[in-house]
Design a protein around this ligand. Structure first.
Ligand code: ADP
Ligand code: MG
Ligand code: MG
Length: 658
C-alpha cells in the first residue's frame, strides 16, 4: 500500500506544516524524473500481480471465524525466507493496512512470453501455501481471499480479541473496529489518525442495507452506548461504519504493466480506464459488511469513504475559508482524466488542479493532459510524513513525489520509472476485487494482461467521456450489476487489417489501422461487452481469441488461458455466479438466516468454512467457477528459458520470473 518509510511519523499538525514543502519538492522530483526519462525507449513488456491475503482463525467448537492479527508476525517470517533464499524463492511480500493481511507478488515480474501467462496461477498457489505453512493450521488458522470479511467490525471479530472503543482507539476513534488490528508499521496508524484529524471528524461510511422481507423498515442501526456522533452520521436504511479498516482492510488484486515507452504507457492507461468499471462489476465480491447483507456488491465506494480526508470546506459543506479547493472526490476514487492528447476531448469533468504546479510541469515540457493529471494529484496534502525524510536530494530521491502519488488511491495509477533502476514507465490496473481461489484470481489477471496486448496490437479504442466512466463505476457496484447493469461502452472499434502480434518489440502502432473518427458509445450489458452483440459489437473475448490465433502459444498455456477466458465469459453471461452473488445466495439460503439482512456469527462461520474448503480445492463449487483443470506451471519450460536466455544474452541477468 504505497511508500513504506521506516522512522518517526510526524503529528498531523507538523505534517500539515510541511505540506507545501512536500508538494514543492515532490514536483521538482517529478520534473527531474520526467526530464531524465521521458525519452526512455525500448523497454519490454514486464508485468506482475499483487494479491492481498486475509488471515482467518476458524473455531469449530464455538462456530466462530475471526480475523487473525498475526499479519506482522507472518510477514516477518516470510520476508526472512525470501531474504535467505534469494535465487529460488517464488514470492515477495509487503505489509498491508490490516494487521490481518499480507500482500504477495511474484518475486520478479513476468515477461513477454506467452508461457508467462501460465505461471500466474501456480505462483499464486505457491504464495498461498507459503502463508499457510507459517500458520497454525491445527488451531484453525487459514488464509482466505475474501474481499470483505463478513463480520468485520463486529464485537469479538479478531483473534486475539482486543478492546475496542473510542477511548482506546486513539487513532481512529472508532466504535467498531479496534486500532490494535491495524498493521503495526507506523505508516498505517499515522494515516488513520491524520485522515481523521485532517477531516476534522472521524470518517463516516454509509452503505445501503439489503432490504430483505424481514429487514426492519426503516432499518435503523443501534450503536454502543447510544453514541451520539454515530446516530448523527448514520443514515436510515444504511450500514454505518467509522474506521479506515472497513475499506482499506478489503483485499483486492492489482496488476502492473511496463510499457515500451512513455507514449505507450499513457495509451494503456487511457484504454484501461473504461474497463475499470466493467472488471469491478465482474469481480464483485463484497456483499456483507459489519454482519449485514448490504445492497452493494463492491468495496470501492466503501474505501472511498473510509479514507475521505476532505475537510467540510473541501466537501462543499461550508464556504472556503482555510482550504484552497472544493474537491468532488475522496483521495481514493476513480480517475478524473485521461492522459493522452488524443483523449483530452473526453475529459469532460471539472478537473480541480494546482495551477502553479501544472504550469511548472508544462514548462518542463510535459504535455498538457499529463501535467494536469499530476497537478490534480497534488491538490492533496501529504497525509503521513516521517521526520527522517523531510529533507531530500531532489535529483536522487523521489519520496515526496511518491508520498503524494501513493496516497492518491485511484482506479488506475500511472507510475513513472523509479530513479536509478532498470524499470520503465508503468501502468497499474487497480479496480478488481479478490476472488476466493487462485484459479479465479489468475483468470482475472491473465485476462487483463492479454487485453493489454490486444489493445496495443489492434490499436483498439475504448474511450468514452470520463463522466460516463464515473457513471459506470457507480453502476458496477449495484447489486447484480453483471446481469442487470447497463454500462456506457464504445461500440465503434477501429477496423483492423493486419495485426502485428509481436510482443517483444512493441512496434504495435505502425499505421495499419483505420481509426474510426466520430466514435459512438451506447449502453451495453456486461454480457454484450465480453461476449458480443448479435449483429453489433463483437465482444472482447472474440477479439482476444483472434489475437491468440496469431501468436505462438504452447498447448499447456493455451489450455489454461482458454479456461480463464471461459470463466470471465460465463460470469459475464450470468451462467456462473460472481463471488458477491454466490456469498449473498449462501447467506440467504442458510437455514439460520432470518431474512432480516443479519449475517450472524454462525452463518459467517459456515460461509468462511465453505469458502476455505473451496479455496483449498476440497469442495467443488461449479456454480462459481465450473470445474476447471488448468495446466499452470511454476516455471518456464526449457524452450521458454532458452528463448529468454538468447534474447538477453547481452545482459548479465534475466530479471523476469523463469
Ligand atoms: P505498488 O503497486 O504497491 O505501488 P510496486 O510499484 O512495487 O507497488 O508494484 C508492484 C507490482 O509491480 C507487482 O505486481 C510486481 O510484480 C510488478 N512489477 C515489478 N517490476 C515490474 C516491472 N519492471 N514492470 C512491470 N511490473 C513490475
Ligand atoms: Mg496493496
Ligand atoms: Mg499496487
Amino acid at each position: 500500500m504505497g511508500l513504506l518509510t521506516l522512522g518517526s511519523p510526524l503529528s498531523w499538525k507538523d505534517t500539515k506544516k510541511f505540506a507545501d514543502h512536500v508538494r514543492k519538492h515532490g514536483t521538482q522530483q517529478l520534473i527531474n524524473i520526467y526530464r531524465r526519462l521521458k525519452d526512455r525507449h525500448g523497454d519490454v513488456l514486464k508485468w506482475g500481480d499483487e494479491v492481498e491475503y486475509m488471515l482467518v482463525v476458524m473455531d469449530a467448537d464455538n462456530k466462530t471465524a475471526r480475523l487473525s492479527l498475526k499479519g506482522n508476525e507472518v510477514l516477518e517470517i516470510l520476508e526472512r525466507r525470501e531474504k535467505e533464499s534469494p535465487s529460488d524463492y517464488p514470492a515477495t511480500w509487503r505489509p498491508e493496512y490490516g494487521g490481518f493481511i499480507v500482500e504477495g507478488s511474484p518475486v520478479r515480474p513476468y515477461g513477454h512470453l506467452m508461457e508467462h501467462l501460465n505461471m500466474v496461477e501456480a505462483n499464486m498457489r505457491l504464495r498461498r501455501e507459503e502463508i499457510l505453512s507459517v500458520l497454525d493450521q491445527e488451531r484453525g488458522e487459514t488464509v482466505i481471499t475474501f474481499t470483505a470479511f463478513p463480520r468485520v467490525g463486529c464485537p469479538g471479530s479478531t483473534d486475539p480479541e482486543v478492546e475496542c472503543n473510542p477511548t482506546v482507539n486513539t487513532a481512529s476513534h472508532s466504535l467498531f473496529f479496534p486500532d490494535a488490528a491495524i498493521n503495526h508499521h507506523p505508516r498505517f496508524r499515522t494515516l488513520t489518525r491524520n485522515i481523521r484529524e485532517r477531516r476534522g471528524e472521524k470518517v463516516c461510511i454509509n452503505t445501503p442495507v439489503f432490504k430483505d422481507i424481514n429487514t426492519p423498515k426503516p432499518f435503523r442501526d443501534t450503536f454502543p452506548n447510544d453514541d451520539i456522533e454515530a446516530s448523527w452520521h448514520a443514515k436510515d436504511d444504511h450500514i454505518y461504519m467509522d474506521h479506515m479498516a472497513f475499506g482499506m482492510g478489503c483485499p483486492c488484486i492489482q496488476c502492473t504493466f511496463q510499457a515500451c515507452d512513455l507514449g505507450e504507457a499513457l495509451r494503456l492507461y487511457d484504454q484501461l480506464t473504461p474497463l475499470c468499471p466493467i472488471f469491478l462489476a465482474l469481480s464483485a465480491a463484497a456483499p456483507v459488511y459489519r454482519g449485514y447483507l448490504v445492497d452493494t456488491e463492491c468495496r470501492f465506494n466503501i474505501i472511498a469513504q473510509s479514507v475521505d480526508c476532505r475537510t467540510r470546506e473541501e466537501r462543499g459543506l461550508e464556504p472556503l475559508k482555510n482550504d484552497r479547493f472544493v474537491i468532488p472526490k475522496s483521495r481514493y476514487d476513480s480517475i478524473d482524466c485521461y492522459l493522452t492528447p488524443e483523449a483530452e476531448k473526453y475529459n469532460d469533468i471539472d478537473l480541480i488542479l494546482d495551477q502553479d504546479i501544472c504550469q511548472q510541469l508544462q514548462d518542463a515540457g510535459m504535455d498538457r493532459p499529463l501535467a494536469r493529471h499530476f497537478a490534480h494529484l497534488f491538490i492533496r496534502d501529504p497525509i503521513s510524513l516521517f521526520s527522517e525524510t523531510i529533507h531530500q536530494n531532489d535529483e536522487q530521491e523521489t519520496d515526496h513525489f511518491e508520498n503524494i502519488q501513493s496516497t492518491n488511491w485511484q482506479s488506475m495509477r500511472f507510475k513513472p520509472p523509479p530513479p536509478n533502476s532498470t524499470i520503465g514507465w508503468r501502468v497499474e490496473f487497480r479496480p478488481m476485487e479478490a476472488q476466493l481461489t487462485d484459479f479465479e484470481n489468475a483468470a482475472y489477471v491473465v485476462f487483463i494482461v492479454l487485453l493489454t496486448r490486444v489493445i496495443l496490437t489492434y490499436n483498439l479504442n475504448f474511450l468514452i467521456p470520463i463522466s460516463k466512466v464515473d457513471e459506470n463505476m457507480q453502476e458496477a457496484q449495484k447489486r447484480d450489476a453483471v446481469r442487470q447493469g447497463l454500462f456506457w461502452f464504445s461500440e465503434c472499434l477501429p477496423v483492423f487489417k493486419k495485426p502485428n502480434a509481436d510482443w517483444f518489440y512493441s512496434e504495435y502502432n505502425d499505421g495499419c489501422f483505420e481509426q474510426e473518427e466520430d466514435k459512438e458509445y451506447t449502453k451495453m450489458t456486461i454480457n454484450e461487452i465480453i461476449n458480443g452483440q448479435a449483429g453489433g459489437f463483437q465482444g472482447l473475448v472474440s477479439l482476444m481469441n483472434s489475437y491468440l490465433e496469431t501468436v505462438d502459444i504452447d498447448v499447456d498455456t493455451r489450455c489454461s488461458v482458454q479456461q480463464y477466458l471461459m470463466l470471465i465469459q460465463k460470469r459475464a453471461s450470468g451462467e456462473l455466479m460472481t463471488t458477491a452473488r454466490w456469498i449473498r445466495a449462501f447467506v440467504q439460503n442458510h437455514p439460520k438466516y432470518k431474512s432480516d439482512s443479519v449475517v450472524s456469527e454462525e452463518i459467517a462461520y459456515d460461509l468462511t468454512k465453505v469458502a476455505d474448503e473451496i479455496t483449498k480445492g476440497v469442495r467443488a463449487c461449479p456454480e462459481l467457477f465450473g470445474t476447471p483443470r488448468t495446466r499452470t506451471k511454476v516455471s518456464l519450460s526449457s524452450v521458454g528459458q532458452k528463448k529468454l536466455r538468447k534474447e538477453s544474452s547481452d545482459k548479465a541477468d534475466i530479471d523476469v520470473l523463469i
